[in-house]
Write a protein that binds this ligand. Structure first.
Ligand SMILES: [Zn+2]
Length: 159
């Protein structure tokens, strides 16, 4: 999936989570968007990969694309890391929800992800799409609708 789809996916997921929890919605959503783009650090052409070229190159050389940074192992490591450095549950959970949304969206693509890294098993849904294809636009549109819907649920009382 493209960076924009991941951003809207992170927004929809963190807003949905904000609606069913009592965490700070602004922090949740902000961290959710960051978490949603972090896994693609393994890919030099991604939004985040272009910002951190050297780090992206190192990760890509060591692990390849869509492996370590798209795994449950990485998710757990990030949870520990964030817990150690950030003293705010809204930020930590938002970040993890955003990452999970990224994994789910990439599992809907043909290449899938190495969710169980270091096991070399590719995990994907039975029905997949290709990145940038027509189906991705439909997914993007559907996530936009969800974002507005959940966004209104969370922030509607302030409007
Ligand atoms: Zn990805």
């Amino acid at each position: 999936m493209t960076g924009n789809t991941h951003i809207i996916g992170g927004l929809a997921a963190s807003l949905a989570f904000a609606q069913v929890s009592n965490y700070d919605p602004v922090l949740l959503v902000g961290a959710g968007v960051v978490g949603a783009i972090i896994p693609d650090i393994c890919h030099g052409g991604s939004k985040i990969g272009r910002k951190f070229k050297v780090l992206s190159k190192v990760i890509n050389t060591l692990f390849g694309h869509r492996s370590f940074t798209h795994s449950l192992l990485f998710l757990v490591l990030m949870a520990f890391l964030l817990n150690g450095f950030i003293n705010n549950d809204s930020i930590i959970l938002g970040f993890l929800v955003g990452m999970a949304s990224h994994y789910i969206l990439d599992m809907a693509t043909k290449n899938g992800i190495k969710l169980l890294y270091p096991l070399k098993i590719t995990v994907r849904f039975p029905v997949t799409t290709r990145t940038g294809g027509t189906v991705e636009y439909v997914v993007f549109a559907a996530l936009s609708v969800l974002t507005v819907y959940f966004g209104y649920g969370v922030f509607g009382k302030y409007i």
